[in-house]
Design a protein around this ligand. Sequence first.
Ligand SMILES: Cc1ncc(C[n+]2csc(CCOP(=O)(O)OP(=O)(O)O)c2C)c(N)n1
Length: 197
Amino acid sequence: MTRTAEVRVQARRRYRRARDYLAAAMIHLKDNVLLDRPLRRKLLKPRPLGHWGTCPCLPLVYSGLNRLVAGTGWRTLLVAGPGHGAPAIHANLWLEGTHARFDPALSLDAAGLAELVRRSSWPGGFPSHLSPEVPGVIHGGELGYALATAFGAAFDDPGLLVACVVGDGEANTGPTAAAWHSPKFAGPRDGRVQPRI
Ligand SMILES: Cc1ncc(C[n+]2csc(CCOP(=O)(O)OP(=O)(O)O)c2C)c(N)n1
């Protein structure tokens, strides 16, 4: 591996560790996000909303798409179905500086980091699911409509690249079962969808 390639791989590993740590911290920590004090029970959120399981997957897709957008400028939409994946998306929004651009309290420093972590799963903080008040998010909250939304966006705009992640819980919903039939409605000028399971 060349030196440049090695540096890139290392950078991607560091980014992955940072965003995964941030998502876990958002779910569980009230404070002490830099872990510069001993971790005590009173620093943990008593009733975390959601779970860690879905968090490593979503950023993998998110940062892969980011790379594509940065390299090609391709118009892209990510439809994030997993209901408990909000911390993972927030972690990316914070690391890339989008949060700070729209809300100075979420600055790219220790104070902004503490605020990001405090707001997750906390009264008056972020909603537990992604919602339109989060920068870049246009819809969210109710489980079942990710696949239908993705098909609709792709049919409507053949030049738009749409990636859609559906969780196992959402896959059990009626709207998702119906959405698998969407290609039957595609006309000759509509965008195409290539599902991958
Ligand atoms: C219509 C509807 N029913 C129930 C819920 C509550 N709910 C939120 S997330 C979730 C589980 C989602 O499971 P999955 O799709 O596997 O996503 P993950 O848990 O991995 O985030 C449920 C039932 C909801 N948001 N909308």
